[in-house]
Design a protein around this ligand. Structure first.
Ligand code: FAD
Length: 307
């Protein structure tokens, strides 16, 4: 019940200012965010790699308000590519981008976001790695999948994300699986209306499994983005039945969440990729993590009260 309230609150400017300025916030935020700069984050990438984990890096930022800001977001990713090059991890360190940070919602935003993301994908390709296009709220899905299809003409390993809470997602999975794409399947983290998305957790979970089956049986590379132990077990079973070897799909989890499970799966020989977010614009990302799990909110509130 609390999740939708927190997601609605995450759109409030005054709350953003209050939460961002509160001195207690930082230690809680640090649980989910690897650092404020690329310099603080590369040691985390190195340590993950040493533990046999792969990563996808997200430079925090979304919903820019002018093209100059979108260019700054693109440049932050280009600096990230420069920082990744000496680590020489190739596709084991890829990037995740939110097209809203590249100007997708601005006038002419589709073309602007396409141009900005293409520059990042090109730079990533030059160091032997890939980019995945995160999925944001449902109003952006058509544009994001169209940009994904356009970028894939030259860079076929560019990844897409689909959210099982949306009614349309099984159809999107069929199309993407037929096209042989890298596809991350998640439950979905935004507040969506009942006209487009399942509202009950049980329905979202069932839809996840239906979509996962389509991806596992298809021609693409499924990226199972979840911390849900039941779905992790079902994914292993579906992969086995589809004749997929452990290197023909991967698990993805967020930095700071179920780390023991990440280590366990990697030790079992699975590919596990950790989604690492860094930067100063952490508010939206942080609020979505609070909304996913009431216990996180309780932890946050306890740290406020205990001061
Ligand atoms: P849930 O049923 O929510 O959780 C299962 C269990 O996982 C919980 O019981 C708990 O033990 C643990 N858990 C889950 N969330 C948390 C948390 N925040 N803190 C602590 N423990 C937790 N969403 C999008 O809309 N677009 C994206 O592009 C996107 N990319 C993602 C990339 C990755 C790699 C991952 C893992 C998630 C991404 N998400 C994205 C978020 C996703 O949509 C879900 O909101 C999130 O993963 C929680 O769902 P769950 O599958 O983990 O299952």
């Amino acid at each position: 019940m609390l999740g939708p309230v927190i997601l609605a609150a995450s759109r409030s400017g005054s709350l953003r200012r209050a939460v961002s300025a509160a001195p207690v916030t930082k230690p809680v935020v640090d649980r989910f965010i690897a650092g404020e700069s690329v310099e603080e984050t590369t040691p985390v990438v190195r340590s993950m790699a040493a533990r046999g984990l792969e990563v996808t890096l997200d430079v925090l930022g979304e919903d820019v308000t002018d093209p100059a800001e979108a260019l700054r977001a693109r440049d932050a990713y280009l600096r990230l590519v420069e920082a990744l090059e000496p680590l020489d991890l190739g596709p084991r360190a890829e990037m995740s981008v939110k097209l809203s940070s590249f100007g997708q919602a601005l006038p002419g935003g589709h073309d602007l976001a396409l141009k900005n993301v293409t520059a990042v994908v090109e730079a990533a390709d030059a160091i032997g790695t890939t980019v995945t296009l995160d999925m944001e709220d449902h109003t952006t899905v058509d544009s994001t999948l169209a940009i994904h299809a356009e970028v894939r003409r030259d860079y076929p390993l560019t990844g897409a994300v689909v959210q099982s809470y949306l009614f349309r997602t099984e159809d999107d999975c069929r199309a993407l699986a037929d096209a042989g794409a890298r596809v991350r399947l998640v439950k979905g983290a935004y507040k969506e209306p009942a006209s487009v998305a399942y509202q009950d957790k049980a329905d979202v979970d069932k839809a996840y499994i239906r979509s996962l089956r389509i991806l596992m049986e298809g021609a693409g590379y499924p990226m199972v983005g979840t911390h849900d132990p039941r779905i992790v077990a079902i994914a292993q079973d579906l992969a086995y039945r589809a004749g997929r070897k452990p290197d023909a799909y991967e698990f993805q989890m967020l930095y700071g969440i179920r780390e023991a499970e990440q280590a366990r799966l990697a030790a079992e020989g699975h590919r596990v990729r950790v989604y690492i977010a860094y930067g100063t614009d952490w508010y939206g990302y942080f609020m979505r993590r609070l909304a996913e799990r009431p216990a996180n909110l309780a932890f946050f509130l306890r740290s406020v009260v205990s001061r």
